[in-house]
Design a protein around this ligand. Structure first.
Ligand SMILES: NC(=O)c1ccc[n+]([C@@H]2O[C@H](COP(=O)([O-])OP(=O)(O)OC[C@H]3O[C@@H](n4cnc5c(N)ncnc54)[C@H](OP(=O)(O)O)[C@@H]3O)[C@@H](O)[C@H]2O)c1
Length: 337
């Protein structure tokens, strides 16, 4: 039994519209349970802040169960084992897991943990380019959409955690890449990491026309991180046999659980014999090692840069999450504990 006290965020209530800071409640001085066989006590160093968390704080049906009010907020994290009753991990090891939760300490079973080698890359990389977002980019491009050299690939939320990796992997593969983002600073970063073109969806008066200008031969593949009006503009520019890998719907954050609205451009799919396919990174769990190796190789060769947006302290978890939903993050959002 440890004397350490935990701080953690629980869901206060399901938000209507955009979540606010009062959607969550901080609990302090929470006792930490004694370790059972096969369990470890991990002290968080970094917690991941991700758009999927919006789905967990809604009662609407989704691919994963909702959190009930009063329950610990879900989330990934990376930290150090400080006590162990596992034969797989010892005190001093670093581990990463999607099941950490919004808390400073977690008692975790050793089965769902991934060992992190701090000599390979800074440990927080396991939440970014060498973790779930990086793998999402890899599978969307290569397993869902089967991109080919020479194709035109458009990516929304292009400077974000998934987007910046997707842009560079597609560029490395010999594709023409187009970034869509909300600010000139983000588009400048996208250029710096190798995107060929950039379009600001906030300032372009006619996004479909702007995409037509930079994609004169149409869009072969759209890596859709947002859904909503950006997807409509892309649909108007699909190339023959175009593919849309539907990765995320962050533009629907304020209307979560309500019917999606838009232009309903299904005929564009028909005309172009195009395909739109939703996917989850976890669908490809059997191929994670393949993705990890490809990402590590690109990084080692200097062809994968990554920007992080790090805020300090557990108290800032709700702020960081709301920032992300409002386009105010610049790079992979995380919290340093
Ligand atoms: N399918 C999967 O397995 C999987 C896995 C990981 C992530 N995802 C999804 O991938 C997407 C990106 O995730 P991420 O972790 O890389 O986040 P991120 O891109 O680092 O951050 C979210 C970004 O979304 C953009 N955004 C926010 N509101 C928007 C709106 N109303 N319209 C258009 N863009 C908006 C903002 O970029 P701008 O400033 O450019 O607007 C914001 O910076 C999310 O939709 C997420 O749910 C899916």
């Amino acid at each position: 039994m440890t004397n350490i006290k935990n701080r953690r965020w629980v869901l206060d209530h399901y938000p209507e519209g955009m979540p606010g800071e009062d959607t969550f409640r901080l609990e302090e001085d929470v006792p930490i349970a004694a370790l059972g066989d096969g369990e470890v006590l991990v002290q968080a160093h970094y917690l991941s802040v991700d758009p999927y968390m919006r789905g967990r704080i809604s009662p609407a049906k989704s691919y994963a169960a909702s959190i009930e009010p009063g329950q610990l907020m879900v989330g990934g994290g990376v930290g150090e084992v400080i006590e162990s009753r596992s034969d797989k991990y010892s005190a001093g090891d670093f581990v990463e897991t999607m099941g950490f939760g919004w808390q400073e300490f977690a008692v975790l079973g050793d089965r769902g943990l991934n060992k992190v080698d701090p000599d390979l890359a800074p440990i927080e990389s396991s939440l970014g380019w060498l973790g779930m977002p990086g793998r999402t980019a890899y599978f969307g491009l290569f397993h869902v959409a089967n991109i080919q050299p020479g194709e035109t690939i458009v990516i929304s939320a292009a400077s974000g955690a998934v987007g910046q990796v997707a842009g560079q992997l597609a560029r490395n593969h010999g594709c023409k890449t187009v970034a869509i983002a909300s600010t000139e600073a983000k588009l400048d970063w996208c250029k710096e990491i190798g995107y060929g073109e950039g379009v600001n969806y906030k300032t372009e008066p006619d996004l479909a026309a702007a995409l037509a200008r930079v994609c004169p031969d149409g869009i072969d593949m759209y890596f859709d991180n947002t859904s909503g009006p950006i997807q409509d503009a892309v649909m108007m520019n699909l190339a023959l046999h175009g593919r849309i890998a539907l990765c995320g719907t962050i533009s629907l954050s304020a209307t979560f659980g309500q019917p999606d609205i838009g232009l309903r451009l299904n005929r564009q799919l028909l005309i172009n014999r195009a395909r739109m396919e939703g996917f989850l990174v976890t669908d490809f769990a059997a191929h994670f090692e393949e993705a990890n190796q490809a990402l590590a190789k690109a990084h080692k060769e200097g062809n994968l840069k990554f920007r992080e947006d790090v805020m300090d302290g557990i108290a800032n978890m709700p702020k960081a999450f709301i920032k992300l939903l409002n386009s105010e993050n610049f790079g992979k959002q995380m919290i340093k504990i």
